[in-house]
Design a protein around this ligand. Structure first.
Ligand SMILES: Cc1cc2nc3c(=O)[nH]c(=O)nc-3n(C[C@H](O)[C@H](O)[C@H](O)COP(=O)(O)OP(=O)(O)OC[C@H]3O[C@@H](n4cnc5c(N)ncnc54)[C@H](O)[C@@H]3O)c2cc1C
Length: 588
């Protein structure tokens, strides 16, 4: 291969979603020379799709404080979250939401000019009491507003962007230091080496693993797979969130904000069935609880439609004015994709894959911590991760709505701060030897040589179906073990696969192949971790082990790619300054 161009920066940020952009802004404000690489134009990153809002205990509508928010987050995650990180996030929330407002996010307002706050699932006042209202929206396009604002702030701060560049792999040296990444310019197909003293992975989630999903084509878990290939294990990958209200048969999200504004679910008998499953919180119980309830209604024959396979989300009683003002995007989606104007009739919904709770293990400074070369729970020098690709872990076994936009802002800033400290102490770029880029180069070129008969696209589609059938909302040992076999077979088929037209390989086809390889690694991590965890906790629901088992399973899973090995580490139960919330029965 001819000489590859090189660029050098203090900091490389992989991903231009909310997590990457918030970190980059902190770095640029700290006078670091920072590059952001994104496979799509930054404002097309998936943060743009976030609808309902971001959580902060501002107390603008009802009384609130961060300690109640912390309690709800610990309980929502079914006690698997690390309580130091949760305290850090909930304490920082109000300040950082106000900061976003000052950057220019056009939050929806109350009459008195303060930020409006809506109710979301799993929120309470006074440690499990009445419903709280903690989610700050910009109508139902909060992610759009946040992403555009952060992008503009980065342009102003002179962050350097590599738009539509695909990261192939991390570059690590033999001492375990992160030295940057090998990337591919999508338009030209030219490779580029970006060297950096610190590298942040902010590549988003992997819910494209499933056939029915709220996630866009780009959410293929690339950063998680890169970390796995670099020898970093992935944490808690069995915990995949299925959002209860995707448009039936399509999966496109209808925000929890709809239920927060007073919408509710009904079955074929017109019954508001959540009253039976969660008598107190009803439709605003946590997402895992509501998704399971919908499946149970359908399973017991109370579903709607010709196949009785969905339920209805009713909001016509909210009135046209409120729907047009606070939920305009939802109305548009429902009319376009479900042919139902929610002002007039209910919207058909069913659970859809939505969010990856697991990911690259980090501490609350966003440093990647892993037992790689450097020993147990050591930070990998120069390597950071933030956002949906990371597992810090604030969401534990089930994320609360509104907490992900908060996670990316809080830990994006934390990552930026720590990276600035790191480059102050490590002023010189470590040398990058040819041997450090060999594995990434091998990956870059191997699709050009392939000649097998399988189609990458077909393998990709089959994988998403297998994951839906074998690692969905309800799981058993038998079904999961069969899933492991099927995914392993698909991995073998992928090795035999070829790009569609071998005489003329388009970069988009190569990118799809890289993404499918990444998805395959994430699928194995997910299904192996799910088969190992013999209990039900949060989003991981085992029909053969229906109870949570704190004696055996109050611990994080760590999946390593080499030999599909599983390890475990304790949950950090000790918060930073307050008393911990010990596990108790989780009822809503
Ligand atoms: C429909 C929907 C609605 C949601 N609503 C809410 C909500 O109301 N409130 C809330 O808190 N959360 C919500 N969420 C969740 C939340 O939006 C996401 O978890 C969060 O925005 C993820 O941000 P991120 O920065 O981690 O990643 P993303 O925004 O997904 O960005 C990932 C970035 O990585 C880049 N990238 C990935 N792979 C590569 C590669 N190989 N090379 C180069 N670049 C790469 C992408 O181009 C992109 O720039 C919602 C999610 C969905 C799907």
């Amino acid at each position: 291969m001819k000489n590859i161009s090189r660029r050098r920066f203090d900091c490389l940020v992989i991903g231009a979603g909310g997590g990457g952009l918030r970190a980059a802004l902190q770095l640029a404000h700290g006078e670091a020379h920072v590059a952001v690489v994104s496979k799509v134009f930054p404002t097309r990153s998936h943060t743009v799709a976030a609808q309902g809002g971001i959580n902060a205990a501002l107390g603008n509508v009802l009384p609130d404080n961060w300690h109640w928010h912390m309690y709800d987050t610990v309980k929502g995650g079914d006690y698997l979250g690390d309580q130091d990180a949760i305290e850090y996030m909930c304490r920082a929330a109000s300040q950082l939401v106000i900061e976003l407002e000052h950057y220019g996010v056009p939050f929806t307002r109350l009459e008195n000019g303060r930020i409006y706050q809506r109710a979301f699932g799993g929120q309470s006042q006074n440690f499990g009491g009445e419903q709280a209202m903690r989610t700050c929206p910009a109508a139902d396009r909060t992610g759009h507003a946040m992403l555009h604002t952060l992008y503009q702030q980065n342009l102003k701060a002179r962050t350097h962007f590599f738009d539509e560049f695909f990261v192939i792999d991390l570059l690590m040296d033999k001492d375990g230091y992160a030295l940057g990444a090998l990337v591919l310019e999508i338009e030209t197909g030219e490779p580029l080496i970006i060297e950096a003293k610190t590298t942040l992975i902010a590549t988003g989630g992997a819910a494209r693993l499933y056939r029915t999903t709220t996630n866009a084509l780009i959410n293929t878990g690339d950063g998680m797979a890169m970390a796995l290939r670099a020898g970093v294990p992935l944490q808690d990958m069995e915990f995949v969130q299925f959002h209860p209200t995707g448009i039936a048969g399509i999966g496109i999200l209808i925000s929890e904000g709809v239920r927060g504004e007073g919408g509710y679910l009904i079955n074929s008998a017109g019954e508001r069935f959540m009253e039976r499953y969660a008598p107190h919180a009803k439709d605003l119980a946590s997402r895992d609880v509501v998704s399971r309830a919908i499946y149970q209604e359908v399973h017991e024959g109370r579903g709607c439609g010709p196949k009785k396979d969905y339920v209805l989300l009713k909001l016509d009683h909210l009135g046209a004015d409120l729907i047009k003002k606070r939920l305009p995007g939802i109305r548009e989606l429902a009319m376009r994709f479900a042919h139902a104007d929610p002002i007039e009739k209910p919207v058909p919904v069913s659970p859809t894959a939505h969010y990856t709770m697991g990911g690259i293990p980090t501490n609350r400074f966003a440093q990647v911590v892993a037992p790689v070369q450097t020993g147990p729970e050591e930070a990998i020098p120069g390597l950071y991760a933030v956002g949906e690709c990371a597992c810090v872990s604030v969401h534990g076994a089930n994320r609360l709505g509104g907490n992900s936009l908060l996670d990316i802002i809080v830990f994006g800033r934390a990552a930026g701060n720590h990276m600035l400290e790191y480059i102050k102490e490590n002023r010189h770029q470590r040398p990058l030897a040819q041997e450090n880029i060999e594995h990434a180069l091998e990956r870059l070129t191997r699709w050009d040589k392939k000649g097998g008969s399988e189609s990458v696209d077909q393998v990709n589609q089959d994988l998403r179906l297998v994951m839906e059938e074998h690692c969905g909302v309800f799981r058993t040992q038998e079904v999961l073990d069969a899933g492991i076999k099927k995914v392993t077979e698909l991995q073998r088929r992928l090795e035999q696969a070829t790009l569609r037209d071998h005489s003329k390989i388009f970069n988009t086809a190569r990118i799809e192949a890289f993404e499918t390889e990444n998805l395959m690694d994430i699928a194995l991590a997910t299904v192996y971790s799910a088969a190992a965890r013999q209990e039900s906790r949060g989003a991981h629901s085992r029909l053969d082990y229906p109870e949570r088992d704190d004696i055996r399973w109050l611990k994080h899973t760590l999946y390593s790619r080499a030999g599909n090995k599983l390890d475990y580490k304790p949950v950090r139960m000790k918060p930073m300054t307050v008393e911990s919330f010990p596990p108790k029965k989780r009822v809503y």
